[in-house]
Design a protein around this ligand. Structure first.
Ligand code: ADP
Ligand code: MG
Length: 734
C-alpha cells in the first residue's frame, strides 16, 4: 500500500494582513511587523521595548505581506499540496492565528471576487480542472464533508437536522486512520456542486453564529474532500488511489479572558483553550522529537489532525498575523507556534487500493446494472426475433461498449413500439370479428389487455434501470473531456508557467536562506588580514555581531520563560476554577443525593476508551430488553385492566338485573327482619344446654349470614339476590 516512504517536514507559511481602519486611527505606531518576502523572514518589533533592543527574526518556508495576493499564496504554497492529493496522498491545510487576522479570509476569501478567492474555492477549481484535463482512462470520484468542532463536540454541518443533531463519534481504523462515524458525505460532480455543499455548511454555521455568542470564532471548521482516482496499472488491472484533503479554519488562538468567567462560559472557554493548547502540546511534543508520547487524545481536534501532524499526510500551516502593536504578545505567540511546527516530520505516502475505496463499490454497482440492462436487451432481441420471424441484421457482440449502451435504450423502445402496434392491431381485429362469440371475444380482449399491461410494466422497469445506471455512472468523472479545447490549452500553459515561476521563487528563497547561513560560517575562513589594525577592526565587528546575537538569544530565553510562566499561571487558574466547581458538585452529591442513588449511578458508569469519556450504561441491557419487558395480558385488550368472562357478559347484556355487578361477594344489606323472642329467665341447671339448644328458644337471634342456607325466607328481594349470587359464583370462578 505504501510507496515513497520518505519523510518531509510540515510546511509553514506566515501571512500578515494590512492594518485596518480602526488600527490606523489608533495612533501613529504603525505596524510592528516587517517582512522580507525574498528571504522568507518575519521581523517583529516589540513596541514596549527600548529602541536598542534587537528585533526578533523568524524564518519560514514563505511569508506573505499585506500586499500579497490570494493567488500568490495558492500557487506557491498550496498548489503542490493539492497536486499531491490528486496523486493519492493525504493533505492538510490549516489556518492558525488570533481572531481577526485573516484565517477565514485566507481559507475562504470573497467568493465573488476572482482576485480575493481563498484557498478553498481555488482548490475546487484546481481539482475539477485537473480531472477534466486528465487522460480518458482515468475515473474519478470526488466526495465532500463539512464538520465543526464546538465545545469539544463534532457536529455535521451537512446534516439537514444540524441544530438538533447529536454529536458525532470519532473512530479509528488501520486503513483510514481517525475518521468521524456517520458523517454525511456528498458526491460532487462539478465545481458548482461542491460550492453548493460548502454554502450549505456555511449556512448551518451561520445559524449557529446568531444563536450563540461569537460562535464562529469559537468553533473549528473542517472541510474534507476525498478524491478517488482509478487508473489501469501496468498489470492491466485498475488501481485506485485515494487522497484526502482537510481544509481547516481554526478558532481564534487568543487566550480567552478568564477572570469572572463561570459555569457554562467557563466550560466553553476551557474547552476552546483545551483544544488549542492540546494542539500546541502536540506540536511541541512532535517538534521536540524526544518525547515518546504525543497527546493526540487530549482533544477532538488533535485526534482529527493526528495524521496531518506527524503522520501520513503532507501539511501546510498558514499562520496569520495582525500588524497592530496592541497585539504584540499574541503575534509573538503565533510566530513561536509556527516556528515550532516547522520541525514536525510527516511520512506521506500514496494510498493505493485501500479497502474502503468507494469508487470500487461504484464500479461494481455500475457493472451489475450494465449486466442487467444487457440481459434485458438480449431478452427483447429474442422476442423481436420471434415476432419478426427473421434474424437480427447486426450481431450485438461485435458492437463496442459505448455503442452497446446507446443501443440498449433504442432497441428496447423499438421493440415496445412494435409490440404495441401489433397488440393494438390484434385487438382491433378481434373487435371487428363478427363471427366470434361475445364471450370468447371478451376473453381474448382481456388477454390482449393483460399483455399490453405486462409490456408497459417491462418498459417501465427498463426505464428505471436505465435511469439508475445513468445516475450511477454520472457520479464518476472521466478524464479527457476538455483536452481538445483550445482556450484550455492556453490556460494550461499559463498555469504551468505560473507554477514554474512559483517553483523558481521558492527555490531562490531556499538558496538565499542557505547562503545566509553559510556566509556566517565561512566569513572567518575567507578573511585575510593585511595589518593588525584591520584584524582588530574586523574582529571587533564580529564580536559586536555575536554579542547582539547573544543578547537576542538571551532575550528569547527570557521571553520563553515568561510565556511559560504565564501559560502555567493560566492553567493553574483554570485548574483552580475547575476544582472549585468539582468541590461544589461533590458537596451537592454528598448532601442532597441519597447514597443508594449515588451508588446506582456509579454502578452504571463505564469508561469508553474509544470515545475517551465516561458513559452511562442503559438501565436495561439492550439485548435482554425485549425478554425482560413483561407482555401486557391479552385479556386486557381494549380494557383498562384484566376482567372476567362474567364481567364481559355483563357489559354485553347492558343493564340486565342478572348481571348487575361482577362482584363475587354479595354486599347488599340483608333486609330480613330479625326474629325476636321474649327472654325467659334461664334456670341454673339448664345453662349447660346453651350450645346445643336451638337459639330460637332464647332471646335475640343472630342475624343470618348471606352464605348460610336460608331456612325461612320471607323477603322476595333477598330471594332474587341470592339466586343471582348462586349463579354468579361458578361463573366468576372460571
Ligand atoms: P479570522 O477568521 O482570523 O477571525 P477574518 O478572516 O474574518 O479573520 O478577517 C478579518 C477581517 O480582515 C476581514 O474583514 C477580512 O476581509 C480582513 N482581512 C484579513 N486578511 C486580509 C488580507 N490579507 N487582505 C485584506 N483584508 C484582509
Ligand atoms: Mg474566522
Amino acid at each position: 500500500m505504501s510507496k515513497n516512504k520518505s519523510s518531509e517536514s510540515v510546511k509553514v507559511v506566515v501571512r500578515c494582513r494590512p492594518l485596518n481602519r480602526k488600527e490606523e486611527s489608533n495612533g501613529p505606531a504603525g505596524g510592528i511587523i516587517q517582512m522580507d518576502v525574498r528571504l522568507g523572514q518575519v521581523i517583529l518589533r516589540n513596541p514596549r521595548a527600548p529602541v536598542s533592543e534587537p528585533q526578533k527574526t523568524f524564518t519560514f518556508d514563505a511569508v506573505y505581506d499585506a500586499n500579497s495576493k490570494q493567488r500568490d499564496l495558492y500557487d506557491e504554497s498550496v498548489r503542490p499540496l493539492i497536486d499531491s492529493v490528486l496523486a493519492g496522498i493525504n493533505g492538510t491545510i490549516f489556518a492558525y492565528g488570533q481572531t481577526g487576522t485573516g484565517k477565514t479570509y485566507t481559507m475562504q476569501g470573497a467568493w465573488m471576487d476572482p482576485e480575493k478567492r481563498g484557498v478553498i474555492p481555488n482548490a475546487f477549481d484546481h481539482i475539477f480542472t485537473h480531472i477534466s484535463r486528465s487522460q480518458s482512462d482515468k475515473q474519478y470520484l470526488v466526495r465532500a464533508s463539512y464538520l465543526e468542532i464546538y465545545l469539544e463536540e463534532v457536529r455535521d454541518l451537512l446534516d439537514p437536522n444540524h441544530g438538533n443533531a447529536r454529536a458525532l463519534e470519532l473512530r479509528e481504523s488501520p486503513e483510514s486512520g481517525v475518521y468521524v462515524r456517520d458523517l454525511t458525505s456528498c458526491v460532487c460532480k462539478s465545481i458548482k456542486e461542491i460550492e453548493e455543499v460548502m454554502n450549505m455548511g456555511n449556512q448551518a454555521r451561520a445559524v449557529g453564529a446568531t444563536d450563540m455568542n461569537e460562535h464562529s470564532s469559537r468553533s473549528h471548521a473542517l472541510f474534507l474532500i476525498t478524491v478517488e482516482c482509478s487508473q489501469p496499472g501496468p498489470d492491466g488491472r485498475k488501481h485506485i488511489r485515494v487522497g484526502r484533503l482537510n481544509l481547516v479554519d481554526l478558532a481564534g488562538s487568543e487566550r480567552q479572558a478568564k477572570t469572572g468567567v463561570q459555569g457554562e462560559r467557563l466550560k466553553e472557554a476551557a474547552k476552546i483553550n483545551l483544544s488549542l493548547s492540546a494542539l500546541g502540546n502536540v506540536i511541541s511534543a512532535l517538534a521536540d522529537g524526544r518525547s515518546s508520547h504525543v497527546p493526540y487524545r487530549d482533544s477532538k481536534l488533535t485526534r482529527l489532525l493526528q495524521d496531518s501532524l506527524g503522520g501520513n499526510a503532507k501539511t501546510v500551516m498558514v499562520a496569520t498575523l495582525g500588524p497592530a502593536s496592541q497585539h504584540y504578545d499574541e503575534t509573538l505567540t503565533t510566530l513561536r507556534y509556527a516556528n515550532r511546527a516547522k520541525n514536525i516530520q510527516n511520512q506521506p505516502r500514496v494510498n493505493e487500493d485501500p479497502k474502503d475505496a468507494l469508487l470500487r463499490e461504484f464500479q461494481r454497482e455500475i457493472a451489475r446494472l450494465r449486466a442487467q440492462l444487457n440481459h434485458r436487451k438480449w431478452r427483447s432481441k429474442q422476442k423481436k426475433e420471434q415476432v419478426d420471424g427473421e434474424g437480427w441484421e447486426q450481431d450485438g457482440d461485435e458492437e463496442t461498449e459505448g455503442e452497446e449502451e446507446e443501443g440498449v435504450e433504442k432497441e428496447a423502445e423499438e421493440y415496445v413500439k412494435l409490440e404495441e402496434q401489433r397488440l393494438e392491431m390484434e385487438t382491433e381485429a378481434i373487435r371487428g370479428d363478427q363471427f366470434m362469440l361475445a364471450e370468447e371475444k371478451q376473453k381474448l380482449l382481456g388477454e390482449k389487455e393483460r399483455m399490453m399491461g405486462d409490456l408497459r410494466k417491462e418498459q417501465e422497469a427498463t426505464e428505471q434501470l436505465t435511469a439508475k445506471y445513468k445516475a450511477m455512472e454520472s457520479k464518476l468523472l472521466v478524464g479527457g473531456k476538455n483536452i481538445i479545447d483550445h482556450t484550455n490549452e492556453q490556460q494550461k500553459m499559463l498555469e504551468m508557467k505560473r507554477h514554474e515561476i512559483a517553483e523558481q521563487s521558492r527555490s531562490e528563497r531556499e538558496i538565499q536562506q542557505q547562503v545566509l547561513v553559510q556566509d556566517e560560517e565561512t566569513l572567518e575562513l575567507r578573511e585575510t588580514f593585511t595589518s593588525l589594525q584591520q584584524e582588530v577592526e574586523a574582529k571587533t565587528k564580529k564580536l559586536k555581531k555575536l554579542y547582539a546575537k547573544l543578547q537576542c538569544i538571551k532575550a528569547e530565553i527570557k521571553d520563553v520563560n515568561d510565556e511559560h510562566v504565564r501559560s502555567r499561571q493560566e492553567l493553574e487558574q483554570t485548574q483552580n476554577e475547575l476544582t472549585r466547581e468539582l468541590k461544589f458538585k461533590y458537596l451537592i452529591i454528598e448532601n442532597f443525593i441519597p447514597p443508594e442513588e449515588k451508588n446506582k449511578i456509579m454502578n452504571r458508569l463505564t469508561f469508553d476508551p474509544e470515545e475517551d469519556q465516561w458513559k452511562f450504561q442503559p438501565l436495561v441491557p439492550a439485548e435482554s430488553k425485549s425478554s425482560q419487558m413483561k407482555k401486557r395480558p391479552t385479556s386486557a385488550v381494549g380494557y383498562k385492566r384484566p376482567i372476567s368472562q362474567y364481567a364481559r357478559v355483563a357489559i354485553a347484556m347492558g343493564a340486565h338485573s342478572r348481571y348487575r355487578a361482577e362482584n363475587i361477594m354479595f354486599l347488599e344489606l340483608d333486609m330480613t327482619p330479625p326474629n325476636t323472642a321474649s327472654l325467659a329467665v334461664a334456670e341454673p341447671n339448664q345453662s349447660h344446654s346453651l350450645d346445643n339448644s336451638p337459639t330460637k328458644d332464647r332471646g335475640v337471634r343472630k342475624s343470618r349470614s348471606w352464605c348460610q342456607t336460608p331456612k325461612s325466607i320471607t323477603s322476595s328481594s333477598s330471594n332474587v339476590s341470592l339466586a343471582a349470587c348462586h349463579t354468579a359464583t361458578p361463573m366468576a370462578a372460571q
